[in-house]
Design a protein. Structure first.
Length: 153
């Protein structure tokens, strides 16, 4: 039991961030921010990335507010970003591309790996920011309620 003592408190934040991310990445919810970003003059792929990063930050914020743990919220939001956006992006980039003459262009694997690593880094940075803000917000909003429940016991 002692070796699981680090993981058990983070499970609540992880699950909350996971469920919030699944909810936020629904097509009916994420379509609004994507269209707003496109209306600002950004192309569609970059708008999808920006909206996915915003939703990842929001998922980490929700996970940290409810669970009061940053690590679980960051991991949950990162997992949601990877499965909801990054895998689809990599699959799209692995499709064959043709030049103007109809010849297949070669895939630059190093550039794709670098781009994926940068996207993961951006998602983890946004997750950390959301989790840090979520823990602080949870202390302000839920801390007095937890204190009141402790007094009533």
């Amino acid at each position: 039991m002692r070796r699981f003592s680090l993981f058990i408190p983070n499970t609540g934040s992880f699950l909350l961030a996971l469920f919030a991310g699944i909810l936020l990445f629904q097509q009916s919810i994420i379509a609004g921010p994507i269209s707003t970003i496109i209306n600002l003059g950004v192309d569609e792929q970059r708008a999808q990335l920006i909206a996915a990063l915003i939703m990842t930050t929001g998922a980490a914020l929700v996970g940290a507010v409810g669970g009061q743990r940053k690590l679980g919220a960051i991991l949950g939001a990162g997992l949601v970003f990877s499965t909801s956006y990054l895998i689809g992006f990599i699959q799209h980039e692995l499709q064959p591309a043709y030049d103007l003459l109809g010849n297949v262009e070669l895939l630059n694997r190093a550039a794709l790996l670098h781009t994926a690593c940068v996207m993961i880094a951006l998602a983890l940075f946004g997750s950390f920011a959301g989790a840090a803000g979520g823990v602080a917000l949870g202390e302000v909003l839920l801390g007095p309620l937890y204190g009141l429940l402790g007094v009533l016991r």
